[in-house]
Design a protein around this ligand. Structure first.
Ligand code: ARG
Length: 461
């Protein structure tokens, strides 16, 4: 006799290879808490609606809680040969309660059960990821507050362009992360819909109370269509999408950190605890953490692609293809958590080297726009001012001087309008101070940006 719960219509044992191939317990075992919570809610409702006896419902709830406690404490371990976590819990319940345990699955299918479990599991994951994102933003805010006047070159095309501050640069990432947080919260909202009661695909003939299960499990609403309820995996794709964008941001930031700790930049130095050495080159201190984040980003993109591709050809409703949702989405959330957990303290402990940023800013003529603007403010058309400044830069390059070092006489050779006050206009600190419009790098504006960011963080906490 087959040991399978669904063995009734089969005359042969399942081939061992099919058994192994079919089993998802190696990766869905991690949902055991959510599976049991969902079953407790289901059993409660079945008892309340008179679909099973109240006494049986109570026994099932007691049995499930016992299994949960034993799994949590390690007294009970999950059978690696089980078909999946749902079958394992049910079989264990029946082992403990006998016939009563067999009543749990009334008015339910594994199809709506698994749809419920993943949503419950991922809700918790989203909360955790959001809390890491918030921690990261707070770390950035703290760093920014300490570097409001730390002048550094801003870049376009990886060429020094105009002066900004380190605070302003960091706060750009804080804005990206605020959007990540909002994307994750948005995903949560659409995920927080209760599918149980969809049955295998066409709901059930039992007089169930879906709203009761919804309330017991803290969902916002019940799903509206049973076919969709069992076969929707949009929320996995959305989460993988939100997490991919978040990883893309972390990866861009990582790339900058890798550059900044090179000898060519030396804008920052990583703490020894967050860098690694080389097995052959004794002088090396490598930014492995950031390189790994850059590398792991591709992995999360792969997970997103897996989910999109897995779903594109599946007809309604449930298909076993969908079992592949879990390795992909679990990998995506595990990876992003791992990255955030390491990135935050790495950032928090790194040493900022303001003098190096300042001396990089002194080179590259990043005040050339300000020099042109000086002439514009004295009445010249911008295009003429632009041309004159271009010629001044050429003179400086020829003489190996910066605009600050070039004597006034040279300025006057190209344009009589230049006076002594040009040096004030091209002073890097003034260049930053004068960019005093909302969204600009002037410390006064960055302080406002920080206040805005803090407010956004506190809004839904
Ligand atoms: N382990 C399955 C999954 O992850 C559970 C649902 C199985 N349903 C079925 N009809 N075989 O998707």
């Amino acid at each position: 006799m087959s040991t399978k719960m669904w063995a009734g219509r089969f005359s042969k044992e399942v081939d061992d290879r099919v058994n192994d191939f079919n089993s998802s317990v190696s990766f869905d075992a991690r949902m055991y808490r959510h599976d049991i919570q969902g079953s407790v809610a289901h059993a409660t409702m079945l008892g309340e609606c008179g679909i099973i006896d109240k006494s049986e419902s109570d026994a099932i709830i007691g049995g499930l809680n016992g299994i949960l406690a034993d799994l949590d404490s390690g007294k009970l371990s999950i059978d690696p040969d089980a078909e999946d976590i749902h079958m394992f819990v049910e079989a264990e319940l029946t082992r403990r309660l006998g016939d009563t345990g067999k009543r749990l699955h009334t008015a339910r299918s594994r199809n709506d059960q698994v749809a419920l479990d993943i949503r419950m599991y991922l809700r918790d994951e989203i909360k955790e990821i959001v809390s890491y994102v918030e921690q990261l933003i707070r770390t950035l805010v703290k760093l920014a507050e300490n570097n409001l006047e730390t002048i550094m070159p801003g870049y376009t095309h990886m060429q020094r362009a105009q002066p900004v501050t380190f605070a302003h640069h960091l706060m750009a990432y804080a804005q990206m992360l605020l959007r990540d947080k909002s994307r994750l919260e948005d995903t949560y909202k659409r995920m927080n819909v209760m599918p149980l009661g969809s049955g295998a695909l066409a709901s059930t003939t039992y007089p169930i109370d879906r709203q009761r299960v919804c309330d017991l499990l803290g969902f916002d609403e019940i799903s509206q269509n049973s076919l969709d309820g069992v076969s929707d995996r949009d929320f996995c794709i959305e989460l993988a999408g939100a997490v991919s964008i978040l990883m893309m941001h972390l990866s861009r930031f990582s790339e900058e950190i890798i550059l900044w700790c090179s000898w060519e930049f030396k804008f920052i130095e990583l703490d020894d605890a967050f860098a690694t050495g080389s097995s052959i080159m004794p002088q090396k201190k490598n930014p492995d953490v950031t390189e790994l984040i850059r590398g792991k980003t591709s992995r999360v993109y792969g997970d997103l692609n897996t989910l999109l591709t897995m779903m594109k050809g599946t007809p309604l409703a449930y298909n076993k293809d969908m079992q592949e949702d879990k390795p992909a989405i679990f990998d995506a959330v595990d990876t992003v958590k791992l990255c955030l957990k390491t990135f935050i303290p790495m950032l928090d402990t790194m040493k900022v080297l303001p003098e190096n940023m300042r001396s990089a800013a002194a080179k590259g003529f990043i005040n050339a726009t300000d020099c042109a603007d000086y002439l514009v403010k004295k009445g010249l058309p911008f295009r003429d001012a632009y041309k004159i400044t271009g010629s001044l830069v050429a003179v400086c390059i020829e003489k190996s001087l910066t605009l600050e070092e070039l004597p006034l006489s040279e300025y006057k050779k190209l344009c009589e309008t230049f006076e002594q006050d040009v040096y004030e206009a091209i002073d890097l600190k003034n260049c930053v101070m004068l960019r005093n419009v909302p969204g600009g790098p002037a410390p006064e504006q960055v302080k406002k940006q920080i206040a805005y960011t803090r407010k956004k963080l506190d809004e839904n906490n």
